[in-house]
Design a protein. Structure first.
Length: 555
């Protein structure tokens, strides 16, 4: 009861007036990037953290249609978005509202209506994904039995299928929909919309728009809540996650031998995030998040079973009759992250970080001695440069995401193969929804670095991006492929970017060339022990997003 009282005090202490605006879906193409840029240009309030999304946007940024009826009830149409992607030979791309990571053709549609009556808000914005879902070469059956077992180690402690069935798929979903009650700076209700926690632009360690949104109850701020010591934003969620139920590889014979099937049960998730903008430091934000997941059959009905986010951080606190309780025995999986962001309009700069840990320490001594155990992190920046007398700017963006286990694995685990990796767990399986990671979408145990250079003018942009993706590094070292002729599988890509606003139509496009060195860790047929040579693969990805804004009457 004391904890409930503290939570009630916390949520009732902060108050801010609600401004008429609408919720911009998490990581919405072009518009969110433009909002972030506007803050560096000092045309967006400095108290907007971009650490908790969706965020509110005014009608000039995210225009809805005119009110369809003349009454106190507001009914407006939301913009329609269609994203179409064609990729050749192999999967590539992430952060796309549940579009699947498979080659071939696929398309995404979303649009709907937003209704408001006093403090009640209903958004109905369904989604539809249609995908060709082609197969692709992996060479898994050419590996040794030991290497195959190590590959299935991550599949059996996660949920990352290579292919989502055998045929075309059509997946309708409630999408970015919600029914909530709003008061001041706060909102409570139910939703299936994607949430994004943390400062990342291309990835997030816990929740992002990489997977299909999941149904959840939420208590959250809708804009910064002002207090005597600064602005706060936060969210508490209770949600339902699903596994894919699919075998992981495209080789049925290997699945039959090595795969541990799913139970069919769903997973309960409880999570909290809080961020703080000190009133004395403009544009500076700090925050943390804590997430739990657990198969529903293993969950009890006590308060801490429903709200494990209020449990202690140290494993040593869990004792019964003098005997240590196995904290993971009931299948509970947690992550905790810390993040920060600073926006400096004077220099038109932004820096940010996110550091996470997926396995809490036995005690503080354990944490101090092994601070990099089970960690992942994101670092990034944005820098704008004015072009005199043109009104345009050069935008430079960069971000690196590191999921690969640190060298600490050699002393933490028995042997040299290491243990689990980010988004995996021995009992709760992957931190996923329908087979796609909720946070980082680049692949389990993978690392990526992205750089982008662009000429921007309002919503218009033309630029290039460079990306280096080191695939499944934890598997590479667990299988001890470094002791063989096989080299790491590294993707090097060059992308061409073009965004353009045409009256009520916004176009965002990307053409990417991906060169995979040592693709799937395969050896070239001409490779020899004296002169090892990897098998390379070059593929293409073309993607276009069309966003239509309903025409508004001019008054």
């Amino acid at each position: 009861m004391r904890k409930i009282g503290l939570l009630t005090f916390f949520t009732s202490f902060f108050f801010a007036q609600f401004a008429a605006s609408q919720s911009l879906p998490s990581n919405f193409p072009v518009l969110e990037e433009n909002l972030r840029r506007n803050q560096l240009l000092d045309t967006l309030p400095s108290n907007v953290s971009f650490l908790l999304k969706p965020i509110l946007a005014d009608s000039s940024t995210y225009p809805l249609s005119d009110n369809l009826i003349d009454s106190e009830l507001s009914i407006r149409l939301t913009p329609i978005i269609n994203t179409t992607r064609v990729s050749t030979k192999r999967p590539y791309a992430w952060g796309d509202y549940g579009m699947i990571p498979n080659p071939g053709f696929q398309t995404y549609f979303s649009g709907g209506v937003e209704m408001k009556y006093k403090f009640i808000n209903l958004t109905f914005r369904p989604e539809l994904v249609i995908a060709q879902n082609k197969g692709f070469f992996t060479g898994l059956d050419e590996m040794s039995n030991s290497e195959i077992r190590d590959r299935f180690f991550f599949w059996n402690n996660g949920d990352f299928p290579e292919r989502f069935g055998k045929t075309w798929i059509a997946n309708p979903w409630w999408g970015q929909s919600k029914l909530t009650v709003q008061y001041g700076a706060f909102e409570i209700g139910g939703s299936t919309q994607n949430i994004w926690w943390g400062p990342g632009q291309f990835n997030a360690l816990t929740y992002s728009n990489n997977a299909q949104g999941f149904p959840h109850l939420s208590l959250n701020t809708i804009k910064p809540a002002r207090t005597l010591i600064g602005n706060f934003e936060g969210q508490i969620i209770m949600g339902r996650l699903e596994n894919s139920g699919l075998a992981p590889s495209q080789e049925q014979a290997l699945d039959d031998l090595y795969f541990r099937p799913f139970t069919g049960d769903w997973r309960y998730t409880n999570a909290i995030t809080i961020s703080w903008n000190p009133k004395w430091v403009k544009g500076f934000f700090l925050g943390f998040s804590r997430t739990f997941q657990q198969y529903d059959a293993n969950r009890g009905n006590e308060f801490l079973d429903w709200f494990p986010i209020f449990e202690g951080l140290q494993k040593k606190n869990f004792f019964e009759d003098g005997n240590t309780v196995d904290f993971d025995a009931n299948g509970r999986d947690q992550t905790i992250t810390f993040f920060g962001r600073v926006a400096i309009p004077k220099s038109k700069s932004e820096l940010y970080f996110e550091l996470g840990r997926r396995d809490h320490a036995y005690n503080w001594r354990d944490y101090i001695l092994n601070p990099d155990h089970a960690r992942a992190y994101i670092l990034g920046f944005v820098q704008l440069f004015d072009l005199p007398q043109s009104g345009r700017m050069i935008q430079v963006r960069g971000e690196m995401t590191q999921q690969q286990e640190s060298v600490n694995r050699y002393i933490r685990y028995l042997g040299v193969k290491g243990g689990l990796t980010w988004h995996t767990h021995t009992r709760a399986r992957g931190f996923v929804n329908y087979g796609q990671p909720l946070g980082v979408g680049i692949g389990v145990g993978s690392n990526v670095q992205t750089m982008e250079f662009a000429l921007v003018d309002g919503l218009d942009k033309i630029g290039v991006s460079f990306e280096r993706l080191a695939n499944n590094q934890d598997f590479y070292y667990k299988a001890q492929l470094q002791e063989t002729e096989r080299k790491p599988w590294i993707d090097l890509s060059l992308g061409f970017l073009y965004d353009k606003k045409f009256e009520n139509l916004l176009v965002s496009s990307k053409l990417q060339v991906i060169h995979a060195k040592n693709y799937q860790w395969q050896l070239d047929p001409a490779s020899t022990a004296e002169f090892p040579k990897g098998e390379n693969l070059t593929s293409m990805l073309a993607q276009v997003s069309l966003i239509y804004f309903w025409k508004q009457n001019e008054n």
